[in-house]
Design a protein around this ligand. Sequence first.
Ligand code: CO8
Length: 263
Amino acid sequence: MSSYECIITAVHGDGPRKTALITLNRPKALNALSDPLFDELGEALLAFDADDSIGCIVLTGSERAFAAGADIPTLAQHDFQSAVRTDMITRNWEHILRVKKPVIAAVAGFALGGGCELAMMCDFIIAADTAKFGQPEVKLGVTPGAGGTQRLPRAVGKAKAMDLLLTARMMDATEAERSGLVSRVVPADKLLEETLAAAEAINGFSAPALQLIKELVNRSFESGLKEGVTSERRVFHAVFGTDDQREGMDAFLNKRPPVFKHG
Ligand code: CO8
C-alpha cells in the first residue's frame, strides 16, 4: 500500500486511533541506512505524525536485521571535504526526533551502528530474543556519527557503553534488557504482535497527555532535576485544562472505561 522503495508503510488497528507500521526494507543489504531510505523514512514519519487518525508509530526491520548500520558503500565514497560539504547524515537522519507521537522500535536481528542509533532515537525499544545491538564503527576506522557515543552511555551507563564502543562487540537481547537499552524482550515470532499490542494500549490514551509525557521524559535528559520537576509540575497543572482530564477522572469515578477526545 505504500509507494516507497526502501520502506513499507501500513496502518493497523480498528479503533478510532490506529498504529502506523513502518518497515525498513532493503533486505539484500540487511536494511543498511542510505540517504534515500532516510528521505523516505522522514517523509513517512512526519506524514503519520500529522495524521489525526494515527496514535502511535512502530518502526521495525526484518527477522534478520532491524538495520546493520549506515550504508557502508555510500560512506566509503566520502572524504572529509565531501562529508562536510554535503552535510553527511545531518541532512535527513533526525526527522524522527521531530515526531511528537510515541515511536516504538521493534527490533529483531542486527541493530548495529546507525541501526542501533536509530533504535535509540525511538521512544522505547521492544526486542526479539534474536536481537543483537552494537556500535562496531571502530572496526571501520571511524566513530559513531548519529548519537551512539551520546545516547548509549545515557541508556546503559559508561562502563557498558565504553565496552561496546571500544571493543565493537555485540550485545544480545538479554544483556540489552538487563542494561536498560530495551524495555522488554519477547520471542521473535511474537515481536510484531506484542509491539502492536503495546501501541494499541497507547492509542487508547489522551494524545495531549502522551505528547506531554514524551516531551517531559526527553527534557529530563537535557535539564537538571530541579528544572525538570518544575516543568513537570506546570505541565501537570496545565493538563487540568483539558477535556481528557475530566473524562479520565470521571470514568474512573463512575467505574467505566474512558473515551478520550484527544483535547
Ligand atoms: N552497509 C551496506 N551493506 C551491508 C551492511 C552495511 N552496513 N551490512 C551488511 N551489508 C550487506 C553485506 O555487504 C552483504 O551484502 P552481499 O550479500 O551483497 O555481500 C549482505 O548485507 C549480508 O551481509 P553479510 O554477508 O555480511 O551477513 P553476515 O550474516 O555474515 O554478517 C553482519 C552480518 C555482522 C551484520 C555484517 O554484515 C556486518 O558486520 N555488517 C556491517 C556492520 C557495521 O559495521 N555497521 C556499522 C556501519 S557504520 C555506521 O553505521 C555509522 C553510522 C553513523 C551515522 C552515519 C555516519 C555517516
